[in-house]
Design a protein around this ligand. Structure first.
Ligand code: ZN
Ligand code: FE
Length: 253
């Protein structure tokens, strides 16, 4: 599967999958950079995939649909204009001949979905899981977000994680406050700093890598629990409560 990023706004990636002259585009917040790439590469827009209703993920849908007559698949949410096929948990959606399984991952928003292609080990997860971080919990609850992240964490470790924002350096700076002695984290932070200095995207990551470095998936880590306890932010509890304490800490900063 050929996947390339189309940068948009200040830190969004609009992911484009290409197969035999046709493309699918994930979360087109802005139509203009997408139209420019379609023209440059001489490809036909087949499908738009939407992960959730936020404007920076949907703002380009109307213009792209009008100009190209593409199909649009996404959450079952009337707030999103132009969805042709509404997707829910357990659905399989065919895009450019690939099969994607739909996972409902509420928390950042209530309508948020992620799409997983097991054959190609690819995950599009919007604003749910980031490199070294996760989306803010705007509409759901911390336990809801934790159980959504647990669904993603259970995917095969080699799964490539295509999220929508380049928030990595800020996320890893926070992650180092949570786990100052995590060697995998320190090594990954140096690598990402070098990549950003050369303007290389730090996305995709992998599920396996995120399990090693992402404090929002490390609710079972004794080091994370010890640090939260040391900070007076945690008095014992479930994985959802560990997650909630980490998320509340990040939200302060
Ligand atoms: Zn969002
Ligand atoms: Fe976003």
């Amino acid at each position: 599967m050929t996947i390339v990023p189309i940068p948009a706004f200040s830190d969004n990636y609009i992911w484009m999958l290409e197969r035999e002259g046709r493309v699918a585009v994930v979360d087109p917040g802005d139509a203009n950079p997408v139209l420019a790439v379609l023209q440059e590469r001489g490809v036909i827009l087949d499908t738009l995939i939407i992960t959730h209703h936020h404007f920076d993920h949907t703002g380009g849908v109307r213009a792209l649909k009008e100009k190209t007559n593409c199909r649009v698949v996404g959450p079952d949410n009337p707030k999103i204009e132009g969805i042709d096929e509404k997707l829910g948990d357990g659905d399989i959606v065919h895009v450019l001949g690939y099969d994607f399984a739909v996972l409902e991952v509420p928390g950042h928003t209530l309508d948020h979905i992620a799409l997983h292609c097991a054959d190609e080990s690819v995950l599009f997860c919007g604003d749910t899981l980031f490199v070294g971080g996760c989306g803010r919990v705007f509409e759901g609850t911390y336990p809801m977000m934790q159980s959504s992240l647990a669904k993603l964490a259970a995917l095969p470790p080699e799964t490539a994680v295509y999220c929508t924002h380049e928030y990595t350096l800020a996320n890893l700076a926070f992650a180092r406050k949570v786990e100052p002695d995590n060697e995998d984290l320190l090594a990954h932070a140096s690598k990402c700093e070098r990549m950003r200095a050369e303007n290389i995207p730090t996305v995709p990551s992998t599920i396996g890598r995120e399990l090693e470095i992402n404090p929002f998936l490390r609710w079972s880590s004794p080091a994370v629990i010890a640090q939260l306890t040391h900070e007076g932010r945690f008095e014992g509890g479930s994985p959802a409560e560990v997650f909630g304490a980490v998320r509340a800490w990040k939200d302060e900063g």
